[in-house]
Design a protein. Sequence first.
Length: 148
Amino acid sequence: MEIILLQDVNKLGMKDDLVNVKDGYGRNYLIPRGYAIAATQSVKKMHAENLRQRAHKEEKIKAEAQEIAAKLADVKIVVGAKTSSSGKIFGSVNTIQISESLKEKGFDIDRKSITLPEDQIKEIGSYKAVIKLHREVKVEIDFEIVAE
């Protein structure tokens, strides 16, 4: 089943992508929740016209994302965490803490656009996170976990 995504769906695609999914997933999950619409011939034509009209705006958004990426490339974040004497973290460091650290530096990045290298970071050290600013613009930032 071909669908057009109305918003970003994690691990499926970005808004306005034309995607093939299994029939049940499209009819029972994506379409009823408003994440997508069925891609009929008429919908595809309207979608193509809308994309042409939005192309100029997309270029401007992409340029802004590239500027932010250039500024973020030089940023190094330090996140404090409570640790044991052996260096293990009580709990874990997640995207919320990275997002808050970026806000303190002056960057308003949504936590959902940050991807950490592992599911849970449990030890003190240096790590890298990937921030997706645009569908074509990603930046890798360094962050360090220190004991509080």
